[in-house]
Design a protein around this ligand. Structure first.
Ligand code: NAI
Length: 344
């Protein structure tokens, strides 16, 4: 089985080499992303393995199918970068639905603590022997209300951590999780109620047509003054320009962003020698109350190992002819895990 692996980074290879070597799978690592410009590199391969910023649109899918590539293995959970409707019937798509919800939830919390206790400022100051505390006053998380949008695997772990800090959780989900609400400690509310009453808001829902710019200017205006916003989910859940305006207006108190709408051309790469063309991102990064990490929430040893193990298994199970519950398909009219039915 020959796999073309796109958008390779040095931290991807050790775990994939380890799990692939147990199966006889041959992996060719490409640094390039999969796109219309690079899809011809897939000639002669049985499957391709991609990450969050590879572009698998209709022309790429058609070309992959024409080249005889039968499977597309996403080494991530989100699949908003794949035209799933177009893929149906042409190429089998697999994902890693869960690899470490703890990695992402703990990163969200790390960003939150860094922001509210001004650790990013203190770290820089003390390196310069500036031991002044002026401007570093934070606030207790204990007793605050956190709004969690999306109570799937990551949102629930994040909520549990917040409860450990003594915070109250207001949850919003299109499909509330059974048994998750817990009296006054965790309450499902409408999105508007969550926006209105939360001191901190953390996004943990997928990016879909429905959730695109879920937090736009109108939604942000409904938030409490001083709200801290955390986005470790997908950049386009937040209208970045509206967020910038809300920060400039002192309405949003702080933003912790692991993802950004226009991240595809920037994140995961060293752009330190370049002039940043994206004025919105440059302005956001320049703010003292904005912390940006470059889609790093997943990056733990445990998550990398789980991602490689599941991805290799997704492909070996598929090529052995068995059904795989991690297959995504569009047979029911929208993209979802197909439960191993091998719908086409
Ligand atoms: P999940 O599928 O377990 O949970 C997503 C939740 O969002 C579900 O409960 C679902 O009902 C809910 N949801 C769906 N549509 C909604 C809507 N319109 N409004 C409100 N809620 C809605 O997914 P999981 O594993 O918790 O991941 C959440 C997101 O985190 C992923 O979609 C992905 O975008 C992001 N992620 C980010 C990573 C990073 O490194 N920054 C790594 C892994 C995931």
């Amino acid at each position: 089985m020959k796999i073309a692996f796109f958008d390779t980074k040095p931290y991807d290879r050790p775990s994939f080499d380890r799990f692939a070597s147990e199966t006889g799978m041959k992996i060719k690592y490409f640094e390039a992303r999969l796109s219309e410009d690079t899809v011809d590199l897939c000639a002669g391969f049985d499957a391709v393995c991609v990450f969050v910023n590879d572009v698998i649109n209709a022309p790429v899918i058609d070309r992959l199918a024409a080249l005889g590539v039968r499977a597309l293995a996403l080494r991530c959970a989100g699949f908003n970068n794949v035209d799933m409707q177009h893929a149906y019937g042409k190429i089998h798509v697999f994902r890693v639905p869960a690899y470490s919800p703890y990695a992402v939830a703990e990163h969200a919390l790390a960003l939150l603590l860094t922001s509210v206790r001004r650790i990013h400022k203190a770290y820089i100051r003390s390196r310069d022997f500036n031991f002044s505390l002026n401007g570093l006053t934070g606030f207790d998380l204990h007793g605050k209300t956190v709004g969690v949008i999306g109570t799937g695997r990551i949102g629930r772990v994040f909520s549990d951590i917040c409860r450990g800090f003594g915070m109250k959780v207001l949850a919003y989900d299109k499909f509330p999780a059974e048994g998750f609400a817990d009296g006054d400690a965790v309450r499902y509310v409408t999105l508007d109620e969550l926006l209105e009453h939360s001191d901190i808001i953390s996004l943990h829902c997928p990016l879909t047509d429905e959730t695109h710019h879920l937090l736009d200017a109108t939604a942000l205006s409904k938030c409490k003054k001083g709200v801290v916003l955390i986005n470790t989910s997908r950049g386009a859940l937040v209208d970045a320009e509206a967020l910038l305006e809300a920060i400039k207006a002192r309405h949003v108190g702080a933003a912790c962003l692991d993802v950004y709408e226009e991240e595809a051309d920037l994140f995961f790469e060293d752009n330190s020698g370049h002039i940043l063309e994206d004025d919105t991102l440059a302005r956001l990064i320049s703010m003292p109350n904005v912390i940006v990490t470059s889609h790093q929430a997943f990056l733990t040893e445990e998550a990398l190992s789980n991602i490689a193990e599941t991805t290799v298994k997704n492909l070996t199970v598929f090529f052995s002819g068995e059904g795989n519950p991690n297959e995504l398909c569009y047979s029911c009219g929208f993209a979802q895990d197909c439960g191993g039915k091998r719908c086409f």
